[in-house]
Ligand binder design. Structure first.
Ligand SMILES: [Zn+2]
Length: 384
C-alpha cells in the first residue's frame, strides 16, 4: 500500500515528499483514502474541518474505536510519517476481519487534515479545529507562501470554509483513538525492539521572529551605513542553540523568509520560525522568553505537555505484546485529541536511523508488519 502512494507528491530531484494540505498531491491522497474505504465497504465521511473518517459500524449509535494518522507531509519529508499510520490502520482492519473478529463497537479509520502545518504554519490543523482549540476565524485567515488564505484554498477545493470549527458530533463518535506512527528518534533502535507505546508528548510550539532593517545595495552601501536584519537573525540562531543547551531543551530555526531575497541586496526584512520543545514546559517557556526579549515575536502555536492516559497506555502496551514505553518530542493529532479529553494512545514503529522529516526516514518491512500485528491486537482488545 505504501508503494501505491510512493509517486504522489515526490520531488524527483531529492526523493523527498511535498504533500501540502489541499495541494494536488493531498487531494490525490484523499481520493486514495476514499477508494480504500470504499473497497472495504466502510462508510466514508468528511467532517466540517476536512478530516476523513472511514467507519465499520455506525458511531452515532455507540462511540467507536478509531485508528489512523495523516497523509500530508512536511516539505521534503519521508514516506512514512503519517502514511504508515493510515496504511497500518487499513491493514490491521483487514487482519482482524480475516481472523473473523466481530467488533462489539464501531471501528473507524481517520485521516487528519494538515497535520504538519507545512502550508499554513499551524500543525495539527484538522484536529485543532475539530476539538475547538484553534479559532476558525484565525484558521480561515492563515495564508500560504503565495498569499492564498485557507478560506480561499478550501473554497477552490470545493469545501465550505465557513463550516470550520469545533465539531462535537464528530468528536462524540470517537470513544478512543490509537495512532500508529513511525518513530522519529532512536528510542526503539536503542532498545532493540520493533514496536513501542508513547507515554507523553513534550510541550512544544512555534514562534515567528520578524527582524526589520533597511534594504539597500550590497555593493555601494558602506558597512557603517547598513541596517542589516540578517545579522540579527544569524545572532539569534546561535543564541537559540546556546540557550537550548543551557535550558536542557531543543530549539530550531528551520524556516526563514528573506525579503527581497536578492543575492546582491542587503535584506529589508528577515522572518524566521523558532520551534522549541522539551520535557519541561517551564524550561521551554523560559528559553522563548529569553530569545524574545526586545524582539518582534508572535506565537503561532503552543501545545502543552500531553501525558497519555496511563490505564489505556498500559492496556495498549499489553495488547501489543508487552512493548516498551517512550516519550516523544514530536507532536501528533493523538496529542490534540488526548488534550480534548478523548482517551488516546500511540504505537511507534522502529526507525533504523531515527531520521525523520527527511527523505532518509525509513522503517523495515518486517517492523511495519510487526506494527500492524500489534495494532490489530490492540483494536481487537479495545473493540471487544
Ligand atoms: Zn506525523
Amino acid at each position: 500500500m505504501l508503494g501505491e502512494l510512493a509517486h504522489i507528491g515526490r520531488d524527483p530531484a531529492t526523493n523527498g515528499y511535498v504533500r501540502d494540505a489541499w495541494s494536488a498531491a493531498d487531494l490525490e491522497l484523499r481520493e486514495w483514502f476514499a477508494g480504500e474505504a470504499g473497497r472495504r465497504g466502510l462508510d466514508l465521511r468528511e467532517d466540517r474541518n476536512g478530516n476523513l473518517w472511514a467507519w465499520w459500524g455506525d458511531p452515532s449509535v455507540t462511540p467507536g474505536v478509531v485508528t489512523g494518522s495523516h497523509l500530508d507531509s512536511v516539505r521534503q519529508g519521508g514516506a512514512y510519517d503519517g502514511p504508515l499510520g493510515v496504511v497500518s490502520a487499513f491493514q490491521a482492519l483487514d487482519l482482524v476481519r480475516e481472523r473473523g473478529f466481530q467488533p462489539g463497537r464501531p471501528l473507524g479509520i481517520a485521516c487528519f487534515t494538515d497535520e504538519e502545518g507545512a502550508r499554513f504554519g499551524v500543525p495539527c490543523m484538522g484536529s485543532r479545529l475539530l476539538t475547538g482549540v484553534l479559532d476558525p476565524d484565525r484558521a480561515r485567515g492563515l495564508a500560504d507562501d503565495d498569499g492564498r488564505t485557507l478560506a480561499e484554498v478550501l473554497a477552490a477545493a470545493g469545501r465550505k470554509p465557513y463550516g470550520l470549527g469545533k465539531d462535537e458530533e464528530t468528536l462524540g463518535h470517537v470513544g478512543v483513538f490509537v495512532e500508529l506512527h513511525v518513530e522519529q528518534g532512536r528510542g526503539l533502535v536503542d532498545r532493540g525492539r520493533p514496536v513501542g507505546v508513547a507515554s507523553a508528548i513534550w510541550p512544544h510550539g512555534r514562534w515567528r521572529f520578524d527582524f526589520r532593517g533597511q534594504a539597500n545595495h550590497a555593493g555601494t552601501t558602506r558597512l557603517e551605513d547598513r541596517d542589516d536584519p540578517m545579522l540579527a537573525y544569524a545572532a539569534k540562531v546561535l543564541a537559540a542553540r546556546e540557550a537550548a543547551g543551557r535550558y536542557g531543551v531543543v530549539a530550531t530555526f528551520g524556516k526563514v523568509r528573506v525579503s527581497p531575497n536578492n543575492a546582491n541586496a542587503i535584506p529589508g526584512q528577515v522572518s524566521a520560525w523558532l520551534d522549541a520543545r522539551g520535557a519541561w514546559e517551564r524550561a521551554v517557556r523560559a528559553l522563548v522568553a529569553e530569545l524574545s526579549a526586545g524582539e518582534q515575536v508572535s506565537e503561532e502555536s503552543w501545545t502543552p505537555v500531553v501525558d497519555f492516559d496511563e490505564t489505556l497506555r498500559d492496556r495498549v502496551a499489553a495488547a501489543a505484546g508487552d512493548v516498551p514505553v517512550l516519550a516523544t518530542g514530536a507532536g501528533h493529532d493523538a496529542g490534540i485529541l488526548a488534550s480534548a479529553g478523548v482517551p488516546s494512545a500511540m504505537l511507534f514503529v522502529r526507525n533504523p536511523t531515527g531520521i525523520s522529516h527527511s527523505p532518509a526516514e525509513h522503517a523495515e518491512e518486517a517492523d511495519c508488519a510487526a506494527g500492524v500485528e500489534a495494532l490489530a491486537h490492540v483494536l481487537e482488545d479495545l473493540c471487544r
